[in-house]
Design a protein around this ligand. Structure first.
Ligand SMILES: CC(C)(COP(=O)(O)OP(=O)(O)OC[C@H]1O[C@@H](n2cnc3c(N)ncnc32)[C@H](O)[C@@H]1OP(=O)(O)O)[C@@H](O)C(=O)NCCC(=O)NCCS
Length: 154
């Protein structure tokens, strides 16, 4: 496995595909290649020894004081090897370097986020999220009411 690295332009199709393979189960929100291309600098990826992307995570900014960890996905062939935890740590590190005072995420992987230093948070603290996700998914806000996690960075 190669070290966690920024994404490259040619990764866009693979990143959208990796994220979207979990969409049917409701684990990730759909992401178009155009979303990936527009957020390329906000992705961090893990590649296997052949250079294929096997894991990714992305930062989605709401304002200079608020960012969400999104599009966390690992190829099932590589689950439970610690890649998810490493990607979360990389996203937190990137968010801290960019000066955000807080990062949050909505995920069913409660234990993984708790072990990564996140704590439960009331999603209603983030009305910006409701506004943005109303356009993408009816369920996201409902899920967030039980599975929202945040970490202060400042
Ligand atoms: C969530 C997801 C990214 C986790 O990826 P992962 O690489 O399997 O994550 P990790 O290996 O770091 O941790 C997963 C579990 O394996 C365990 N684990 C880690 N290393 C391990 C090892 N060497 N051996 C056995 N278990 C291990 C962890 O303790 C963790 O347990 P938990 O589920 O009880 O928290 C992955 O399951 C996935 O892509 N899911 C679908 C998409 C999704 O749900 N994304 C979240 C949206 S925010």
């Amino acid at each position: 496995m190669r070290p966690i690295a920024p994404a490259r332009e040619y990764d866009a199709p693979a990143l959208a595909a990796l994220n979207n393979r979990f969409n049917a189960e409701g684990l990730t929100l759909p992401r178009a290649e155009s979303f990936v291309e527009a957020h390329l600098d906000d992705y961090r990826v893990i590649r296997d020894d052949d250079g294929h992307v096997v894991g990714c995570v992305c930062l989605d900014e709401y304002s200079p004081s608020l960012v969400e960890l999104v599009s966390l996905a690992v190829d099932p062939a590589h689950h439970r090897k610690g890649l998810g935890a490493r990607l979360i740590a990389a996203a937190v590190d990137l968010a801290r370097k960019r000066g955000y005072p807080e990062i949050f995420a909505v995920s069913f992987s409660d234990d993984l986020f708790r072990r990564s230093g996140f704590e439960s948070k009331d999603v209603t603290s983030y009305p910006e999220k409701k506004k943005r996700y109303d356009k993408v998914s009816d369920d996201e806000w409902t899920v967030g009411q039980k599975h929202c996690f945040a970490m202060p960075l400042a």
